[in-house]
Design a protein around this ligand. Sequence first.
Ligand SMILES: [Mg+2]
Length: 163
Amino acid sequence: MKDLYIDFDGVIYNSIDVSYKIAEEEDVNKDYESYLQFFKNLDWCTVLEKSEEINNAFECIRKIIDSGKFNVFILTHVVSLNEAELKVKLIKDKIKDITVIPVPKNLSKSLMVNVKEAILVDDYPENLREWKKNGGIGVRFDLDMDGKGFPVICHLDELIEMF
Ligand SMILES: [Mg+2]
């Protein structure tokens, strides 16, 4: 069985788009420091309420687990404890038998787990590049099917055939 790590924002839920929309509505300055402050104080209850699941992600993850091919984990960057808490609750509410690993935003995902020969599905190419550099396999999730140099999927259950 291969270890399979799945990103949350932009892969399972469109929460990042929603967060940036809230930032726009609140007229947040477009520099790193202002965004960091915004994300630190962001109410994730509102974000998750306004967000939508992407392409039946949870149903796809169920299929992936039931295929018996993978150990499945959710590996998600978080800025605040409120974000970590609400994401874990939401995911575990949908899928009981899954491990959720929140990663502090300033740490690389590839630093949190044993990357070697493990698969990471992520929409952010930089995470995939780091992952690959550390001996892992990167798969980009992108609704426009733009892999940016990586194998690409737009439905999570495509992984079952891919590996
Ligand atoms: Mg993401």
